[in-house]
Design a protein around this ligand. Structure first.
Ligand SMILES: [Ca+2]
Length: 477
């Protein structure tokens, strides 16, 4: 008995100190207004709503950029993509003919967790470089299962022209590869079953590593157009095809939460859900909704970069709605703080530790948000105010509009950015101007990773753009 007690005394503190598992669920092009708990009247998301009720729902949570590649780089590194060349004036994202990717010397969340013995897996869309040296397996992930870039890329010559392409998409229109680790295992990827298969991979990985600790980064490649869902989800949503797709993602989230509970891991696992950028509005009902926010994907209006964000960790995350500022760039420092991992100290990080807010012990250290587009700082939020130095719609318009003085919106009362109050607050504008100048001075020039593309691939791409009539799916994203 004495021996048993002594053993317990040794074992109990060790168990209490075990670092938590981390699961990041990252949707693609899901808007601020697309979940039930964020006010969507027709898309049913009971599992995500449950995450919000049992955990924290953030109302002012931002991504690092309004399109895929730079936003993903920001989440995984805790840095603005302008600092590591993952944001470019010319190309907005990486393409199948791109030669660049997230530089090897960048440190990802997976890489800070590896020294602590975490099993790490990336599932889903990567979009940080498809060449071998840029794959997840070279950035701290033990395993990978997913597509290396967007689900609308690599269009085949037989793909139809015009709206037919996204209104009635077929697997064979998009020659997107599905990879396991560093090998292509299926091409074109069967996108109708892809959300289900990502889910099964995640569930299997969690079960296999239930002894912990583990880190799962599951980046769904939907609801980015073209929209696909399993037969089981066909026609289930009042919101049409887009709603079906979001409801399948919600099902997936439910499966993952259930698995954590079934395995007794819920109380030692932080689950985060958010999206990489706002809704792709040029696709009308085939894109999502930014709810009350202005603009969408591709723009620095709130609709482009403010996202749903849910944090779930029963018994640890204090349930409630949080109106403070947060960002995907804060995930790396936050995860470092709660696991004891070491965040890199030899470079500028743009993230903050949000754990005081998650645990109900303090305020968010984040007071500002920088909205970059290409190589230009378009807007800055400081507290409740946001100043736009430049504005430009997400797609279609070729030119930006410069604003002097900048447009100023009080997001506290006007999250839809409708009423310019610059005339009433010259002091606020001066403060933001100073902050913007200091911030810009901290950015050092680096190699543009999105710039280089291979000439042969460009030729076949030009042919494919011609075949699709140069419509949005063939355009620059
Ligand atoms: Ca996206």
């Amino acid at each position: 008995m004495a021996l048993l007690l002594a053993l317990l005394l040794v074992l109990v503190p060790a168990a209490a100190a075990a670092p938590p598992n981390i699961v990041i669920l990252f949707a693609d092009d899901l808007g601020y207004g697309d979940l039930g708990v964020y006010g969507n009247p027709t898309i049913r998301t009971p599992h995500l709503d449950r995450m919000a009720v049992e955990g924290q729902k953030w109302t002012d949570f931002y991504v690092g950029a309004s399109v895929c590649t730079p936003s993903r780089a920001a989440l995984l590194t805790g840095r603005l993509p302008i600092r590591n060349g993952m944001m470019s004036a010319k190309n907005r994202v990486l393409f199948p003919d791109s030669l660049g990717g997230l530089p090897q010397e960048e440190v990802t969340i997976a890489e800070i967790l590896k020294p602590l013995g975490y099993a790490t897996m990336a599932i889903g869309k990567w979009h940080l470089g498809h060449l071998p040296q840029y794959l997840p397996t070279r950035q701290g992930f033990d395993a990978y299962f997913g597509i290396p870039y967007s689900n609308d890329m690599d269009k085949t010559p037989g793909a139809p022209r015009g709206p037919e392409l996204w209104k009635h998409p077929k697997i064979e229109y998009f020659n997107v590869p599905l990879m396991r680790d560093e090998k292509i295992i299926e091409r074109p990827a069967d996108q109708t079953t892809i959300t289900r298969r990502y889910t099964e991979e995640a569930v299997r990985f969690i079960r296999r590593h239930k002894g912990g600790p583990f880190f799962v980064y599951l980046a769904y490649n939907l609801p980015h157009v073209p929209l696909f869902r399993s037969p089981k989800f066909a026609g289930v949503s009042l919101r049409g095809l887009y709603g079906d797709v979001v409801e399948e993602i919600d099902w997936s989230v439910g499966r993952i939460l259930d698995t954590l509970e079934e395995e007794g891991l819920a109380r030692n696992t932080l689950v985060v859900f958010t999206s990489d950028n706002g809704p792709w509005l040029i696709f009308d009902e085939f894109g999502g909704s930014a709810g009350p926010l202005r603009g969408g994907k591709g723009s620095t209006w709130e609709g482009g970069m403010r996202e749903p964000a849910l944090f779930w960790w029963p018994g640890k995350v204090r349930p409630g709605t949080v109106h403070e500022l947060g960002s995907t760039m804060d995930l790396l420092p936050t995860i470092a703080a709660i696991t004891g991992a070491e965040a890199p100290k030899d470079r500028v990080l743009d993230g903050y530790d949000l754990s005081p807010v998650l645990f109900g012990k303090g305020k968010s250290p984040r007071k500002e948000m920088f909205y970059w587009r290409g190589d230009k700082l378009f807007a800055v939020r400081l507290g409740r105010y946001k100043a736009h130095f430049y504005t430009r719609s997400g797609y279609r318009h070729r030119q930006e509009t410069a604003h002097e003085p900048p447009l100023l919106f009080d997001l506290g009362v006007d999250p839809g950015e409708q009423w310019d109050v610059a005339g009433e607050h010259p002091d606020v504008i001066e403060k933001i101007r100073k902050l913007a100048e200091e911030h810009k001075a901290s950015i050092e020039p680096v190699k543009d990773q999105l710039l280089e593309r291979s000439p042969e691939a460009l030729t076949s791409r030009a042919a494919s753009a011609k075949a699709t009539g140069g419509l949005p799916l063939g355009g620059a994203r």
